[in-house]
Design a protein around this ligand. Sequence first.
Ligand code: IMP
Ligand code: MG
Length: 191
Amino acid sequence: MTEVASVLVGRGDIRRRVQELGRTIAGDYVGREPVLVTVLKGGAVFLADLMRATPLALEPHFMAISRYGDAEESLGRVQILLDVDIDLAGRDVILVEDIVDTGLTLRYLLGVLRAREPASLEVCTLLDKSARRIVPITPRYVGFECPDRFVVGYGLDFRERYRNLPDILQVDDLEALKSDPAILAPRFAAV
Ligand code: IMP
Ligand code: MG
């Protein structure tokens, strides 16, 4: 019998990669004070680790959005539920995302942010599911390439579950998870 899910990236590899990303960003933004705009809720776990791994004066800010249906149905149209509360004009902005999949959400958010005339605008994503990309966007900073599988953990959810798993799991039997969303609960025991 195959498992419903398996570890795609373990917590140790996540920690090491996030440290590397932090050092890279600190090197690229020397002498500047970037604004890390993070998309809730998925990006929150990544941001919490990334900002502490980035030895630089920076400001975390948050956005929350809701999609109409899934990204493909909605063509990436989203509603902004929470917006950053500072003026981004002239600032160096890094958009922090959990995962870039089709890129539709990202295209929308980049459009919104670009209209505010930041000095620079880059994307830092934990995972890049580039095989499913519809919009040709290449994030500047990528934690890990992600296979064309549904993933959960380290901020990523299935119906709001599993964001607090310390590892990133790939779901090998999505039907089993859909029919029983709690099926991965035993994974918390390993925490
Ligand atoms: P996109 O607009 O297709 O790029 O969708 C990006 C958003 O879809 C992410 O911010 C996630 O919230 C969600 N998403 C895409 N793939 C996954 C996945 O494998 N697991 C959990 N959420 C995902
Ligand atoms: Mg989600």
